[in-house]
Design a protein around this ligand. Structure first.
Ligand SMILES: [Fe+2]
Ligand SMILES: [Fe+2]
Length: 342
């Protein structure tokens, strides 16, 4: 008989201790009040993408080029938001395995659920705009649509490269290390979506961006609260990993929040020109997208915010010369060692 099946109940008053890590604790400890408040807000602010004003949205009011250009932007976003549910689901499992306090488990559940909503909305918008459920298999109607689809294939290819690295990293690192780059993405995302909501001509998109931006603001607060809880007790090796993660997070998230750096993204030469052309067409059709300079400003502010947090805990910040931020030089970032999240 294997040890796992050995019976104890007939000779012991209480069973032997459960081997760790097991999947779940049987306790609901709560030590971080702020996380309880964020969870309560997540419950109150939950929204259903299907209940947004879809009736007011008539894609046939747009030309096919405009439809393809707007769908391209949703595709770009969904390369990040469609990977978020599995990324956070994996992290949610970890919060149970390491027997995190109850509000941490709840908060990671809420992020998983929110990101599922963001992904669902991207899918609904793309499907309506293209009259097809995938930007990769859709048959483009215009020349710009053809080029946008090629971009979409390359985005998808690059975005899919980090999943195996992420899965290997999850058991190795603490939550505080795993989610160090997360804050930067959430700060910038919350800003970008607020701007996109304010600028959107379609009530549907205005509301969607408002909801998504509010969700990202909560994710930001979760991340900040976990850092405040865990960073005062950080090991030196963890600090070095975080510095690297921040640089990797910058490179990865720049693709959606700024422009993809060639250093990291494997993209064809005309990629950025095509993306800019799509953005111009979308903007002219009333779909607000921040300009290059606005994006750069948002991104730099988000990074400086994160730097402010890390400085408090003596964690060296990486150099990010692309947005004029000096710091420690980080080289040799490869897809296998990074843990980018959005
Ligand atoms: Fe999101
Ligand atoms: Fe998020």
């Amino acid at each position: 008989m294997s040890a796992g099946h050995e019976k104890f109940a007939h000779r012991m008053e209480l069973p032997p201790a459960t081997a760790q890590p097991n999947i779940f604790p049987l306790s609901w400890e709560s030590h971080t009040r702020r996380l309880e408040e964020i969870w309560a807000a997540a419950q109150r602010e939950y929204w259903d993408p299907a209940k947004l004003p879809w009736n007011s949205f008539d894609p046939s009011r747009y030309s096919w080029e405009e439809r393809e250009a707007i769908a391209y932007w949703w595709t770009l976003l969904s390369v990040f938001d469609a990977s978020a549910p599995p990324v956070f689901a994996q992290a949610l499992v970890k919060t149970y395995e390491v027997h995190e306090e109850d509000p941490v488990r709840k908060c990671f559940f809420s992020v998983t659920r929110d990101e599922q909503n963001h992904e669902a909305f991207c899918g609904m918008a793309i499907s309506r705009l293209l009259e097809h459920p995938s930007p990769l298999t859709y048959k483009p109607r215009t020349e710009l649509g053809h080029k946008a689809q090629k971009n979409a294939h390359w985005l998808y290819y690059n975005g899919g490269r980090y999943w195996n690295g992420y899965k290997q990293a999850v058991p190795r690192y603490s939550l505080a290390v795993l989610f160090s780059a997360f804050l930067m993405g959430e700060i910038a995302a919350a800003t970008v979506f607020k701007q996109m909501s304010a600028g959107a001509a379609e009530p549907l998109f205005r509301e969607a961006f408002r909801n998504v931006g509010r969700d990202e603001g909560r994710h930001m607060a979760i991340c900040l609260t976990l850092m405040e809880r865990d960073y005062p007790r950080l090991e030196t090796t963890d600090k070095a990993t975080i510095t690297k993660q921040i640089r990797a997070g910058y490179l990865f998230l720049s693709a959606v929040l700024f422009e993809p750096p060639q250093e990291f993204w494997d993209l064809p030469d005309d990629f950025i020109a095509v993306q800019r052309a799509c953005e111009d067409v979308a903007r002219n059709a009333g779909f607000f997208i921040p300009t290059y300079d606005q994006k750069k400003h948002n991104w730099r502010e988000a990074i400086l915010n994160l730097k402010g947090v890390l400085d408090r805990y003596g964690i060296p910040f990486p150099a990010i010369p692309e947005v004029e931020i000096s710091g420690q030089e980080v080289r040799e970032i490869d897809m296998e060692s990074i843990i980018p999240v959005f």
